[in-house]
Design a binder for this molecule. Structure first.
Ligand SMILES: [Zn+2]
Length: 364
């Protein structure tokens, strides 16, 4: 039986587009949020940082941040920002401590005003119905951008950051949006979160974490596979070792000088070998079990203009309506949420009441 969470994964659109957040991207957002003037440059960032923040981060007002690539030396006036680097740790701690929730409004000079019918056909596939756009209206909608830090611990440790964006109205996960918030083409105005924002985000957090856990399964697949290979190798070597140990002990028993007592002892010891081996294998399995910890480190509410598209869907004599959101950041239509499992879908099936569902929930 599949859990809802797995369902979300299976029905989410294009998971290959999900990427981990690089420490530099996180630093960029962090600094901009704290009113620094930041410019991207090859391999790093150049930032003019407000005095108070400098003191808290322990870096000068004018600083350059670099990703630590192998062979790089820290240049004067430049700071490495990597997993585990003191600067990133300070930023993460700061985010948790002082500003767990940021708020911003997006402003666009231009938002698409026509061609939605075509976009609908290109981006969503409806099964068993005829769909057409009825109305398109200007609205404002809110997205929640959440950074989640994870640590996967095993024989070795792997850590990283994930960024997820959900639409707060439709609750749908918008996989492609996380990497697009530093796009040119619109302005980001930061401000104070409106009343009730913290409660709103807190109530939404379990949904985001569930989604992150599923993303992480995908993300950690190579790590899991490499640990599995090591486990297999170690189990194999251990087996070989015990086999040769047993052979050696049996060969020793042919020694004519061995007393009867010693022979009995040896026999008893040989009998315990399989048990000992399986205990050692169990230990190895424990050693290679991956334990994952996650915690949200930053959240941002994004208030954005958008277009609400109302679509008519018709099947035989039945007719229904669907609301869709055109997202000017991704320049695409947000996926729909499956009405049963909540997974985000671009291949849309319908139940007998013409409510949208993913393939599995619709059971077709
Ligand atoms: Zn579903």
């Amino acid at each position: 039986m599949r859990s809802d969470a797995e369902h979300v994964l299976k029905s989410s659109q294009d998971l290959s587009s999900i990427r981990e957040t690089e420490p530099l991207d996180f630093a960029l957002r962090f600094l901009e949020l704290h009113d620094a003037a930041v410019q991207k440059e090859p391999g790093g960032l150049e930032a003019l940082i407000p005095e108070e923040l400098c003191a808290r981060l322990g870096i000068p007002e004018h600083s350059r941040l670099q990703q630590d690539n192998p062979g790089n030396e820290e240049e004067p006036g430049s700071h490495f920002i990597n997993y585990g680097s003191p600067l990133l740790e300070k930023m993460l701690a700061e985010t948790l401590h002082r500003a767990p929730l940021a708020y911003c409004t997006l402003e666009f000079d231009y938002i698409k005003s026509g061609g939605f019918e075509r976009l609908l056909r290109d981006q969503l596939t409806f099964y068993g119905v005829i769909a057409s756009t009825e109305t398109v209206a200007d609205i404002r909608t809110r997205y929640l951008h959440m950074d989640i830090r994870y640590t996967a611990q095993c024989d070795e440790q792997k850590e990283g950051l994930l960024s997820l964006v959900h639409n707060l109205e439709s609750k749908v996960f918008v996989p492609v949006m996380a990497g697009m918030l530093d796009n040119l083409g619109f302005r980001i105005k930061y401000g104070k979160p409106p009343d009730g924002s913290h409660q709103l985000v807190a109530s939404f957090q379990p949904h985001v974490e569930r989604c992150a856990r599923i993303m992480l399964q995908e993300q950690l697949e190579p790590f899991r596979r490499s640990m599995e290979r090591r486990l297999k190798r170690d189990v194999h070597n251990l087996g070989e070792y015990y086999r040769s140990l047993e052979q050696e002990m049996r060969a020793n028993m042919d020694n004519p000088n061995l007393s009867e007592n010693a022979r009995q002892d040896r026999m008893a010891k040989i009998k315990t070998l399989p048990q000992e081996l399986s205990r050692k294998i169990e230990d190895l399995q424990k050693k290679y079990t991956i334990r994952v910890r996650m915690r949200p480190v930053a959240a941002m509410l994004v208030n954005s203009p958008a277009k609400k598209m109302v679509c008519r869907v018709i099947r035989g004599r039945m007719s229904g309506q669907l609301s869709l959101i055109y997202n000017p950041v991704t320049r695409g239509i947000d996926p729909l949420a499956c009405s049963k499992c909540g997974g985000s879908i671009t291949h849309v099936h319908f139940n007998s009441e013409l409510t949208p569902m993913c393939l599995e929930c619709a059971g077709v």
